[in-house]
Write a protein of this length. Structure first.
Length: 183
């Protein structure tokens, strides 16, 4: 019995494990979920918004804090608070896996939690690609009803994706402009 771990030690070990795994889970889980469940053959590029990574990081950070607090002090009120925080962390983690943006062959899809916005290529008036040499560019889309939205490039945009977006714009009669960013 002398070599058994105390309850306090078990909570601190659990906190340490969560702390070690958090960077890997927070980075790879949203990417894996979006590439596994939301990818379609029609996709030119599928993007995971940065908010997904941040929300999952916060959710896992909350679990880490709960384990630290439970390692320091335990009473019925702390256990109730810990359960509430862990449940809210699970909900936040779930919501961190729902959002994505996709440029497809016939439409552009923005999925934000439980709300989806779809823009058909035929409904677009113009696309402006603004870039700065050596950095990622930004796509500015304007619909025929003067609604505007922006897609910023990330590491998932390669030369093939840029060409495909240009080709889709031209095929659908959308004016495409490319310009260097001006300060």
């Amino acid at each position: 019995m002398l070599h058994a771990l105390s309850v306090r030690a078990k909570y601190f070990i659990a906190a340490l494990i969560v702390a070690i795994l958090t960077p890997f889970l927070a980075f790879f889980t949203p990417l894996t979920i979006s590439q596994t469940f939301y990818a379609h053959r029609e996709d030119v590029v599928l993007m995971t918004p940065p908010s997904n990574f941040i929300m999952l990081l916060i959710a896992l950070g909350l679990i880490f804090v709960v384990f630290i607090v439970l390692g320091l002090k335990r009473n019925p009120n702390i256990y109730i608070l810990a359960c509430v925080i862990i449940l809210s962390s699970i909900v936040l983690g779930y919501y961190s896996l729902l959002s994505y943006s996709s440029i497809q062959k016939d439409q552009i899809v923005f999925q934000q939690y439980h709300h989806q916005t779809i823009y058909k290529w035929q409904d677009l008036n113009e696309v402006i690609y603004e870039y700065e040499v050596g950095t990622f560019g930004t796509y500015y889309f304007q619909t025929k009803s003067n609604e505007q939205f922006i897609i910023e490039e990330n590491g998932q945009f390669g030369l093939d994706e840029k060409r495909a977006i240009y080709k889709l714009a031209v095929l659908n009669g959308v004016r495409f402009m490319e310009r260097e960013k001006s300060d």
